[in-house]
Design a protein around this ligand. Structure first.
Ligand SMILES: C[S@@+](CC[C@H](N)C(=O)[O-])C[C@H]1O[C@@H](n2cnc3c(N)ncnc32)[C@H](O)[C@@H]1O
Length: 284
């Protein structure tokens, strides 16, 4: 597990998303996760929705099922699962800005209305054995207690209930330079509590008493995400004074994340950073 040289608590993660709210939404959109490119010519919207289609397939969702979204961003996954799978979704985020945004987006009249909670997944108050499915898309990396996160997934799932975890990962056995120049700074600048490897995630989920059925490394299909973010960021810096002003303002605690866009694009090219989709279920 790669960990940052400086550690923090949930309030720092919340602040990261609050401060960068505008930039994240302008540069990528309300789906705050990687896209999945198969052909290479898909639009960002097509690629981000493809990732959700894969998540839903792993979850084997049926209409009317109860889904918990652990680390839900702007609630876009919750609304998509409600609209396309008639799922009853409860979506948890740490960020007050994301929580308020989610509440302002109208649900489709024909779809179940998602429930949004401003709550830490690690201490969530959802009842035991109450979910058919738990999804965690690019949130587990932020959680200071990964074992605790997986234990919560098991606790809230009914026996037979399924989980899907999409996670930024470190390669197995990274070299010292990969850690120093890429992986550790990515953790620190992105307020990640750690970057586990695929085998560490598998072991962690199994250790929590979950059965892991699928663990796919889809790094090559998602890596275009950060090339595009970097390209869009450079264009914004050249044309939009707000971006330059933000970067030059020393009071802005999250501005170092700009460097991470470059590191992320590079780290996918070197194979140091990986992306995994892990899925499975809770036995009795
Ligand atoms: C990269 S965003 C992904 C958002 C969303 N899953 C999506 O795909 O659009 C990470 C999200 O994880 C949330 N998060 C991180 N740690 C969390 C925790 N302990 N409890 C609840 N949410 C958490 C953040 O608030 C943020 O919304």
């Amino acid at each position: 597990m790669i960990v940052p040289t400086k550690s923090w608590q949930a309030d720092t993660v919340a602040h990261h998303y609050d401060e960068l709210d505008l930039f994240y939404r302008e540069l990528w959109g309300e789906h705050l996760h990687h896209g999945l490119w198969h052909a290479g010519a898909e639009t960002v919207t097509e690629a981000t929705l493809r990732l959700l289609n894969v998540v839903a397939a792993h979850a084997r969702l049926r209409p009317g099922q109860t889904v918990y979204d652990a680390g839900s961003g702007y609630g876009a996954t919750a609304r998509w699962l409600a609209t396309h799978h008639s799922a009853n979704v409860t979506a948890l985020t740490l960020s007050p800005v994301q929580y308020r945004y989610a509440q302002t987006v109208p649900a489709l009249p024909s779809a179940p209305k998602p429930r949004y909670l401003l709550e830490d997944w690690l201490s969530n108050t959802l009842p035991d054995r109450s979910a058919d499915v738990v999804v965690a898309i690019e949130s587990t990396e932020h959680m200071v207690d990964l074992a605790g996160c997986f234990a919560q997934i098991r606790r809230v799932l009914r026996p037979g209930g399924r989980f899907v975890v999409c996670a930024w990962l470190a390669c197995e056995a990274p070299k010292a330079w990969e850690v120093r120049l890429l992986l550790e700074p990515i953790c620190r600048e992105g307020r990640l509590a750690g970057l586990g490897s695929l085998s560490e995630y598998q072991a962690g989920l199994q250790g929590a008493g979950l059965v892991v059925e699928g663990s796919d490394d889809v790094s090559r299909q998602v890596r275009r995400t950060w090339d595009l973010v970097l390209y869009r960021l450079i264009a914004k810096l050249a044309t939009d004074r707000r971006y330059r002003r933000y970067l030059l303002d020393a009071r802005q605690r999250e501005r170092l994340f700009v460097w991470s866009t470059l590191r992320l694009a590079l780290a996918y090219r070197t194979g140091s950073l990986r992306y995994g989709i892990l899925s499975g279920y809770r036995e009795a």
